[in-house]
Design a protein. Structure first.
Length: 282
């Protein structure tokens, strides 16, 4: 990973030059994406960003060169930030008072601690701060090591995070960090990682977003929808979530379609929605 970080740093320098044509802008954005993905602890989330970028540039009336330029700048900044975080050596004694540098400015650490996973210690820290893209934000970071710690995974996609929790599903260990995105939708910013003892990396991201598009439409009762984030239960081996259900006549505030339990499985690297169990009474 040190070699990858050096290569990304060199590539970032080249990407900072201004592109001359719309095609150059797209190539620059694609190269910036590849650089960001190479050092990101959450590459699947970046894949979602890329899909959103391609959809945005396909909109009628979109100024494609501007869309590509803005996205390239975002990924260039992301690559530089994550490469810097990967290179950190963090002292254990600094965790209670000082933020690990994951890209939040005006940062304060809300809380922290450690998890014992199969005899291995995994330290964690939650943060509050500011990002240029989103303004007020929250963040998390999980670290391995004894005195000198190395950041394993981190992120700041949400406005609020809760302490990480360990769960075991079908004999496999996972770490989940519940989170919420800003806005009335209170959409999920949860992060989910598989733990593989003895491997490098120790933590591998699980795709916990695409179930909404890939699995949910076929399971929703006719006339009902899910408009907001769901409440995952990470406390036992039955991975479920609770949600309200909306009809087309409802306001955003006031769902009238009752409640439901969502049942998930983890298949490969993806969270798969297998059942939607609507409560018997609204």
């Amino acid at each position: 990973m040190k070699i990858a970080t050096l290569l990304v740093s060199s590539l970032i320098v080249g990407l900072l030059t201004t592109a001359a044509t719309p095609q150059d802008e797209r190539s620059r954005a694609e190269a910036a994406f590849a650089a960001a993905r190479a050092v990101s602890p959450t590459p699947l989330r970046l894949d979602q960003d890329r899909r959103s970028w391609l959809q945005e540039r396909a909109f009628e009336g979109a100024v494609v060169a501007e869309v590509d330029d803005l996205q390239a700048e975002h990924w260039i900044a992301s690559a530089a930030r994550d490469a810097r975080t990967r290179a950190l050596a963090v002292r254990t004694t600094s965790l209670p008072d000082a933020c690990v540098d994951i890209g939040l400015s005006n940062c304060s650490t809300a809380t922290g601690g450690y998890l014992n996973i199969d005899g291995r210690r995994l330290s964690w820290q939650l943060q509050n701060g500011v990002t240029p893209e989103d303004g007020t934000a929250a963040g998390y970071v999980l670290l391995t090591g004894d005195d000198r710690l190395r950041a394993e995974v981190w992120g700041h996609a949400g406005i609020r995070y809760e302490p990480p929790t360990v769960m075991r599903v079908e004999g496999q260990t996972y770490v989940a960090i519940p989170g919420r995105i800003a806005g009335t939708g209170a959409y999920n910013a949860d992060a989910l990682f598989r733990v593989t003892p003895g491997a490098d990396p120790l933590l591998t991201e699980i795709d916990n977003e695409t179930w909404r598009d890939a699995d949910l439409p076929a399971l929703l009762p006719t006339g009902l929808e899910i408009w907001k984030g769901v409440a995952f239960n990470y406390d036992d081996e039955s991975l479920t979530a609770r949600t309200s259900l909306w009809t087309s006549r409802d306001g955003n505030c006031c769902p009238s379609g009752g409640q439901a339990t969502l049942v998930f499985e983890i298949r490969g690297g993806r969270l798969v929605l297998t059942e939607l169990l609507k409560d018997a009474t609204p």
